[in-house]
Write a protein that binds this ligand. Structure first.
Ligand SMILES: Cc1cc2nc3c(=O)[nH]c(=O)nc-3n(C[C@H](O)[C@H](O)[C@H](O)COP(=O)(O)OP(=O)(O)OC[C@H]3O[C@@H](n4cnc5c(N)ncnc54)[C@H](O)[C@@H]3O)c2cc1C
Length: 404
């Protein structure tokens, strides 16, 4: 079977679904292919940043968003060696979106997909795994080959957009490789029941031994422990009791909850990567989101950056797609890279610095409890000065996009 469309978007993550919606609302025929049958996977991050909230407002989706259970956080706290630090304060941002929201990513994606389905040219196909690209005789990418439970399918498209994440199949098929920046940490990912007395809103718990993140999801805490890169097997070898003890030492109030981890079958390894393609486009194809630049979990900005890419891509591509000329489309794909590469590189530089100094997977020695006089001065004087800057950088990223 061959399906013909203007744009084939590979990957139904934040970048792909958002781009599909933005193109379809302008009348462009777009097919979005997602290899899973649903959006329900717990390795996805849960953060919706203020700049993504602004876009949700721009799209007129606020009411739909508010109808889904979510948790707005106007401050992000870290507990460092038992000392609570109000690290980020989003109330310093302009109205109306002065908070970060925690919402399971599958709910966010389902909402965007639902909004897309309101447009006849939006065609989201779940359970379709792209296996390679089609090419014309001159080597231009003209769509993809895919596999479904019912058999193979071919998509013929004027433009293919790879939004298929950091292990991008399209990227491999086109023969592009991102430049890797070494990250010293991986994440051990597990669910814990909320303790009887709920934890105060806290994203990170840092001790001299470990760093733990906790996202409240409906009914449980999605938790992640940063561990040194490639050390998961060593943790497994130590056994689940030792792991439970580490979690309990990092967050003593989770000592009861962590007993629910029965074995390492309850703990998944998520590998952390930071990388970036040198060229985000080739004739007939554009790379956005993690397929162009894998983001680490630091500050939870990956979803935001994927969404911002989609907005920039839609803006650049729409006039070119309307012209129907390949050369215009290729110029537009190059323009997307020019617009988004610098903001991405700047954020990745910050993430690398965070991994070099804080999120190393080995715990942190920077703050003593009780703090020294110098540390107290930093907390009292420097932190309040830095807070609005950090709120802007984390909440908006660099060069946030808006829909006009
Ligand atoms: C441990 C960890 C925690 C993180 N936590 C956060 C967080 O809290 N907040 C945050 O903002 N970011 C977080 N990130 C980063 C974030 O997950 C990514 O930056 C973001 O999801 C990128 O979005 P995307 O749409 O580009 O790609 P993805 O979200 O990876 O989506 C790609 C989609 O493509 C599909 N796909 C892949 N291959 C194919 C194929 N061949 N055919 C069809 N479909 C395919 C996949 O199934 C997937 O649905 C985290 C990353 C890690 C590693």
């Amino acid at each position: 079977m061959v399906v013909r469309t203007d744009v084939c978007v590979v990957g139904g993550g934040p970048a792909g679904v958002m781009l599909g919606l933005l193109l379809a609302r302008e009348g462009v025929d777009v097919v979005v292919l997602e290899k899973h049958d649903d959006f329900f996977r717990d390795f996805r991050g849960d953060t919706v940043h203020p700049s993504t909230m602004n876009l949700i407002d721009d799209l007129g989706l606020r009411e739909a968003f508010d109808a889904i259970p979510h948790k707005p956080l106007s401050r992000l706290d870290a507990v460092v060696n038992g000392i609570r630090i109000h690290a980020i304060d989003f109330t310093t941002l302009p109205e109306p979106n002065r908070f970060l929201t925690l919402m399971p990513q599958w709910d966010l994606l389902a909402m965007l997909a639902e909004a897309g389905r309101a447009f006849p040219s939006f065609d989201l196909r779940m359970g379709v795994e792209v296996t390679g690209v089609r090419r014309s005789e001159d080597g231009r990418v003209t769509g993809v080959h895919a596999q479904t439970a019912q058999g193979p399918v071919e998509i013929e498209a004027g433009l293919t957009v790879a939004a298929d994440g950091r292990a991008s199949t399209v990227r491999d098929a086109v023969g592009l490789r991102p430049r890797e920046d070494g990250v010293p940490a991986d994440v051990a990912w597990f669910r814990l029941p909320e303790p009887e007395t709920p934890l105060p809103d806290t994203l990170a718990w840092i001790t001299t031994e470990a760093m733990l993140v906790t996202f409240p999801r409906p009914g449980y805490l999605q938790s992640g422990m940063l561990i040194p890169k490639d050390s998961f097997d060593a943790y497994r070898a130590e056994g689940i009791d030792a792991f439970r003890d580490r979690v309990a030492r990092a967050v003593p109030r989770l000592a009861g909850s962590v007993r629910t981890l029965e074995s390492f079958d309850d703990v998944k390894l998520l590998s952390v990567q930071i990388n970036r393609l040198e060229q985000w486009h080739a004739p007939g194809v554009l790379f956005i989101g993690d397929a162009a630049h894998a983001m680490s979990p630091a500050f939870g900005v990956g979803i935001n950056y994927a969404v911002q890419d989609a907005v920039a891509a839609a803006r650049a591509l729409l006039p070119a797609l309307r012209s129907g000329a390949d050369v215009a489309v290729d110029r537009a794909t190059a323009a997307v890279q020019r617009r988004r590469e610098r903001p991405t590189a700047m954020m990745q530089r910050i993430q690398r610095a965070v991994h070099a100094r804080i999120a190393t997977g080995r715990g942190l020695e920077v703050l003593q409890n009780p703090p020294t006089l110098r540390q107290r001065a930093v907390l009292r004087i420097a932190l309040p000065l830095l807070r609005p800057v950090v709120a802007r950088v984390v909440g908006y990223g660099f060069r946030p996009e808006r829909l006009r």
